[in-house]
Design a protein. Structure first.
Length: 397
């Protein structure tokens, strides 16, 4: 007879007797005491939980600070906007900088995504942490047109009071600027006159970018044409520096200070002569530029500071402008900070034409720079013609 193992457990005495009689197999104790209904219930719960989480997964992701990542994924196409919205995403959710998907789409010049976002109800005038709307972030005329057509506020102001127009101007977005103006954007006096921490105005910026169209617009809207930045540069100074004759002429016609100098006393005339821009130099002289003003810089012509326009013209061997300056009464005996006169420089350069003219106009033939006289220079250069001319005017070695 088979005896039950001590480890065996029976549900009743009757069952034990049946086993002993060999009429039933021994049934061990179940290893799980959890009812099957409970197991099924847990499975269903997990399924429901996963379904709910999946349905609201983007809301959950956003809650845990993944907005920047999600926005980037949407713009890259790895997350579809429809899927995002159907699974808990908010069309107006903002990233860490306060920007919406529309801000990001505008910055990346994505007109197709932009239209889809607007159709889905995104706030077209929503502002980021800097108070900028998507239109402030525009760099493309096509994108700007779409935003304006959908109702973007063209005169919205950011936290500093800047409008989309002033931002476009500062970034020299010509097409965007023109579009905004034609659609009625206002150019406030604050926009026109505002300076950054370097003292630079919008007019300085557009002149430096050689954008005459925008410069004319700013001038017509009352821009200060004599504003100087921290270096002392005025709009006219920059126009001359850039050889922008057309704009220089416009500025002069509108009353620009023709003798305004920078921090080194360089005037527009100094710059025009340095650049051998004879047309501009003539225009400046004709409009009353000071022909005897000295700079105090060693920058314009390296070591030649404290120079007058005449000295610079002689130094550059620009005979046409040198003659014009002399004809207009330029001082022929002025010295630079090294003691050189225009005659000394002309002799050193073997420029007989200008040397003769300077002598004829009363240049000091015995001007001395540490023993270096015009005659000494002419002899050193073996310039017999100038040697004889100097001697005939009383030059001493």
């Amino acid at each position: 007879m088979l005896e039950p193992d001590v480890e065996d457990r029976f549900l009743s005495a009757k069952e034990a007797l049946l086993v002993l009689r060999g009429k039933r197999m021994i049934r061990g104790k179940s290893k799980s005491s959890v009812p099957w209904k409970a197991i099924v219930g847990v499975g269903v719960g997990v399924f429901i939980l996963v379904s709910v989480v999946n349905s609201y997964k983007y809301a959950i992701f956003n809650y845990f600070g993944l907005k920047d990542f999600i926005q980037g994924s949407i713009l890259e196409g790895s997350i579809e906007i429809g899927d995002y919205l159907s699974k808990g995403g908010d069309i107006n959710d903002k990233n860490s900088k306060g920007g919406s998907l529309l801000h990001r789409a505008v910055e990346k010049n994505e007109p197709d995504i932009l239209e889809l976002l607007i159709d889905k109800g995104i706030d077209i005038n929503g502002k980021d942490n800097e108070g900028k709307t998507p239109l402030h972030r525009v760099s493309s005329q096509e994108v700007a047109e779409k935003l304006i057509a959908k109702g973007a506020d063209i005169n919205a102001e950011d936290n500093t009071g800047a409008t989309p127009l002033s931002v476009a101007l500062r970034n020299s977005y010509i097409d965007v600027t023109s579009l905004l103006i034609t659609r009625g954007a206002r150019l406030s006096n604050q926009d026109v006159q505002a300076k950054d921490d370097q003292g630079i105005t919008l007019l300085h910026l557009v002149i430096n970018n050689k954008n005459n169209q925008l410069a004319k617009l700013l001038i017509a809207n009352g821009a200060d044409i004599n504003a100087n930045d921290n270096n002392g540069y005025t709009p006219l100074y920059l126009a001359v520096q850039n050889n922008n004759n057309e704009l220089a002429k416009l500025l002069i016609a509108n009353g620009a200070d023709i003798n305004a100098n920078d921090n080194y006393r360089n005037t527009p005339l100094h710059l025009a002569i340095k650049n051998n821009n004879n047309e501009l130099a003539k225009m400046l002289i004709a409009n009353g530029a000071d022909i005897n003003v000295k700079n105090n810089s060693n920058i314009i012509l390296e070591q030649w500071g404290d120079a007058t326009p005449l000295y610079l013209a002689v130094q550059n061997e620009n005979n046409e402008i040198a003659k014009l300056l002399i004809a207009n009464g330029a001082n022929v005996n002025t010295k630079n900070d090294f003691g050189y006169t225009p005659l000394l420089r002309a002799v050193q350069n073997n420029n007989n034409e200008i040397a003769k003219l300077l002598i004829a106009k009363g240049a000091d033939v015995n001007a001395n720079k540490n023993g270096y006289t015009p005659l000494y220079g002419a002899v050193k250069n073996n310039n017999k013609e100038i040697v004889e001319l100097l001697k005939s005017h009383g030059a001493k070695r």
